[in-house]
Design a protein around this ligand. Structure first.
Ligand SMILES: Cc1cc2nc3c(=O)[nH]c(=O)nc-3n(C[C@H](O)[C@H](O)[C@H](O)COP(=O)(O)OP(=O)(O)OC[C@H]3O[C@@H](n4cnc5c(N)ncnc54)[C@H](O)[C@@H]3O)c2cc1C
Length: 382
């Protein structure tokens, strides 16, 4: 039986970042993934992920994103890959709607947290918004937030770069191999896959939306809920190119009237937008990966109130959110196994934090002092 100090099960955003950190510290580590990451069957695909430093979802996330930004820079320097592009971020909301996103009042909470943490930003009002963004339509009484240092990450390239560096630094990576059982007993974890049996001192479980299935009854049924999400690409009738237009969040009264999106990237004439839904649960093995014309119609109707876009030629893709009861993160050892660290897929807002979460995972499994307080990332039922 092959043995390792640490095995990382699942090599998406979180697992690849953890494997990179482990290999950097010289740990004898193996990473296993059922597919060949980066791939488009989990939660880390679709060419772009917003990153912002004032995290309206909660102050506990700010150290994670700040540390992540340092790690992305370090990886960019080591590999020459451009992972983070700074376009600035606009959050805007009409005067009459509340601004609900990820359980936060995203506009006002973001401004509050930017002020508290000294993050460079501007609070904008209707006239300022119209002057600054003439190709957007704003409703009366709109207000907004602009963060110049924000932008987007290229998710597939981030995962690929983590794995490339992990391999270079000595980690083993096995793809096309599925973990089917884990058994923790006195100082070791037995990991059974469809090909092999392994033993390790610590296991990092970062299996994305499959985590619920892997953990089974070890955690409560509501600990993780999985929701299919859709991303849409619409052709544009104005210049929203990344050189002159930021990433954005439009906050509305509820999830269905809020969305987030990206400028036209790499010379394309399309913008990508995502609308969140938390009504219908699914699982990653049975999820319907087709997006219907009706879904695309509804997205167009909402987004075209603000953006000059065309319905014809729209494209769409699905992705998965795995959500905790408080729309937060779980970075915690299993209640019944203190050598199995669960790193959850982070409720639809984790990518920007993934590099810093990888470092946290390494520190926790190596019994080092974590660089930030992890009190808010415990299992909710624990
Ligand atoms: C549409 C969409 C938009 C988003 N937008 C943003 C954004 O703008 N900003 C932001 O910060 N975050 C965003 N997020 C959230 C972010 O992308 C996720 O938090 C993050 O990608 C989760 O990464 P993960 O590693 O947990 O999961 P994944 O990337 O899915 O990785 C899990 C891996 O585990 C593997 N695996 C599963 N089961 C097994 C097994 N049994 N054995 C071996 N391997 C296994 C899978 O193959 C997969 O590679 C968005 C998410 C979605 C879906």
């Amino acid at each position: 039986m092959k043995t390792y100090d640490v095995i990382v099960a699942g090599l998406g955003a979180m697992g690849s970042a953890a494997l990179y950190q482990l290999s950097k510290s010289g740990v004898n580590a193996l990473g296993i993934d059922r597919f060949g990451p980066p791939h488009d069957l989990g939660s880390s695909h679709g060419e772009s992920r917003i990153t912002r430093s004032a995290i309206g979802e909660g102050e506990e996330f700010v150290p994670l994103v700040l540390r992540s930004n340092e790690i992305w820079s370090e990886l960019e320097e080591a590999t020459g890959n451009r992972l983070l592009k700074q376009t600035g971020l606009l959050i805007f909301a009409s005067g009459t709607e509340s601004s609900v996103m990820h359980g936060a009042d995203i506009l006002n909470d973001t401004i509050r947290i930017a002020r508290a943490h000294g993050i460079d930003h501007e609070a904008l009002h209707e006239n300022g918004l119209r002057e600054r963004f003439p190709d957007l339509s704003f409703q009366e009484g709109s207000s907004g937030y602009f963060e110049p240092g924000a932008g987007y990450l290229v998710p597939e390239l981030c995962v690929e770069t983590n794995l490339q560096e992990a391999r270079r630094l000595g980690a083993e990576v096995s793809t096309g191999e599925t973990v089917i059982a884990i058994e923790s007993a006195r100082g070791t974890v037995k990991v059974t896959t469809d090909h092999n049996n392994y033993e390790c001192g610590k296991l990092v479980l970062s299996a994305g939306a499959w985590i619920k299935k892997l953990l089974g009854p070890r955690v409560g049924d509501d600990e993780f809920r999985i929701f299919r999400q859709a991303m849409f690409w619409f052709e544009t009738e104005a210049d929203y190119s990344e050189a002159r237009f930021p990433v954005y969040l439009k906050a509305g009264d509820d999830e269905r009237s809020s969305y987030y999106g990206f400028p036209s990237i790499g010379g394309s004439r399309t913008i990508k937008v995502g609308i969140e839904q938390f009504d219908e649960e699914t699982n990653p093995d049975e999820v319907d990966r087709n997006v219907t014309e009706a879904e695309t119609d509804a997205a167009f109707e909402l987004v075209s109130k603000s953006f000059r876009i065309r319905r014809e030629g729209a494209k769409a893709k699905t992705c998965l959110y795995t959500v905790t009861p408080d729309y937060g993160f779980v970075i915690d050892f299993l209640p019944d196994a203190d050598n199995v660290l669960v790193v959850s897929p982070c409720s639809g807002h984790g990518f920007k934090h993934s590099a810093g979460i990888g470092l946290l995972a390494k520190q926790l499994v190596m019994d080092e002092e974590p660089y930030t307080d992890i009190g808010r990332f415990k299992f909710q039922g624990a």
